[in-house]
Structure formats: C-alpha cells, structure tokens
Design a protein around this ligand. Structure first.
Ligand code: ATP
Length: 208
C-alpha cells in the first residue's frame, strides 16, 4: 500500500511543491498526469526516496520513507522499489545479464538465470541477455530497463514518462507490460506522464 499525505518539497524558496494526497492499495495501478514542468519527475523522485521532502508522509507498506535516514532509504529502495527512469542507465561495458546480476547483488538477492529469461521473454528480448546495452536499439534498451526494474521483485513499481517517445502500438505494448508485471508480483504501479493516450488504460488517475 502506498499513501501520500501533506507532501511538501522545495528546490529553492521560489520553486515549491505541495502535492495532493493520494493512496493506492497493494497491486493497484495509478496514473499521475500533469503538464510539463508541474513537478511529475519531482514527485516520482520523492516517492523513490531520491529526493527528500521538507515535510509530509510517504508510506510504502507501512514504512514512512520521509523519516528514514538517507542510507536506510537507499536500502529500502534497493529492496522494495522498481524504478524506470526517463533515461535507462546501464553499465555499457557489461552484458545485460551482468547488469542484471549486479543490480541483484546490490539489492542483496540472488536470482537464478532462468528468472532473467522469464523477465525478458514477454519483452521479446530473451536472446539479448548476453549482449551489451550499446548493441541494443533504443526501444530494446527501454524494454531492458523495464525488466531491470523487476529484478528485486519490488512491491512498488515507479515509471517516469515510459511512453512519451513511442508510437501508439508500442505505447499500448509498454503499458501492458507494466500492468502484467505489476500483476505478476502483486506490486503497486505508479506511472507518471504527460502522455494523454494513457488515460484510457487506467481507472485510477491523479491530475497534478
Ligand atoms: N534540481 C532542481 N533544482 C531546481 N529546480 C528544479 C530542479 N529539478 C527540477 N526543477 C524545477 O522544478 C520544476 C518541476 O520539474 P519536474 O522535472 O519535476 O517537472 P515535470 O512535470 O516532470 O516536467 P517534464 O514533463 O517536462 O519532465 C521545473 O520548473 C524545474 O525547472
């Protein structure tokens, strides 16, 4: 369960954000919509514990991450959150498999190699496991980034603008992938975007 209350953040005195309260149950999906510059990425970074709120509460399965010291937030994220940022980040000198194994190591878990095939198969990427990220197309990198967010079997899956550069068909595919993966893990899913096409795919929408 994710619950946000009285969330207040500022980069500077002239750049302040007060986000609306919301809550979603375990396994539920939420679309956060808002125009450019409104603070969507800021909200996602707060939810992921990358930024620290000035005040308010972000409870993820009964842990209020706003109150945790930075090191514990990092540990919490590594264990419980799957993050798909606007730009996928890989270590280019390693293969996809090695990238995945490194993330698993950092998260303190061990997955059998079969789990990585299981993640990549529905993405049509199972044959890419031994390739390096630089050998992948942009679309393949994006799909690999989605798989990467699932390595720690997160309870919360967060995605920042995952569809804005995609055509309609790939947009539908990516939304389905996120939903399927969140359903498989019973993880809550929050997608943050200005892409109005996604409205039709979600019952639960928060407008910033
Ligand atoms: N590190 C920062 N320091 C100061 N201001 C920042 C910082 N990061 C973002 N901002 C400002 O905060 C505002 C919201 O930024 P944010 O990236 O959260 O918006 P967004 O809704 O995700 O926009 P977009 O859809 O264009 O990505 C912007 O005006 C931006 O300039």
């Amino acid at each position: 369960m994710v619950s946000v209350q009285s969330l207040h953040f500022k980069y500077t005195d002239s750049q302040e954000f007060r986000f609306p309260d919301f809550q979603i149950a375990k396994g539920d999906h939420l679309l956060v919509l808002g125009k450019s510059g409104i603070g969507k990425t800021t909200l996602l970074h707060l939810l992921a514990g990358i930024l620290k709120a000035q005040s308010g509460k972000i409870s993820i399965n009964d842990t209020n991450i706003v109150n945790l010291p930075a090191k514990e937030v990092d540990q919490f994220r590594a264990k419980h959150i799957g993050l798909v940022l606007q730009k996928a980040r890989f270590i280019n000198s390693l293969t996809l498999l090695e990238n995945f194994q490194l993330i698993a190591h950092i998260s303190g878990i061990r997955n059998p190699r079969a789990y990585y095939y299981h993640l990549l198969e529905p993405l049509d990427m199972a044959d890419k496991l031994n390739e390096k990220p630089s050998e992948l197309s942009e679309g393949e990198k994006q799909r690999a980034a989605i798989a990467m967010a699932m390595i720690n079997k997160p309870q919360l899956l967060l995605a920042d603008e995952p569809t804005s550069s995609l055509d309609d068909e790939n947009c539908e595919n990516v939304v389905s992938l996120f939903k399927n993966m969140s359903n498989e893990l019973n993880a809550s899913l929050i997608i943050i975007t200005h892409d109005q096409r996604l409205k039709n795919n979600f019952n639960n929408i928060l407008s910033l």
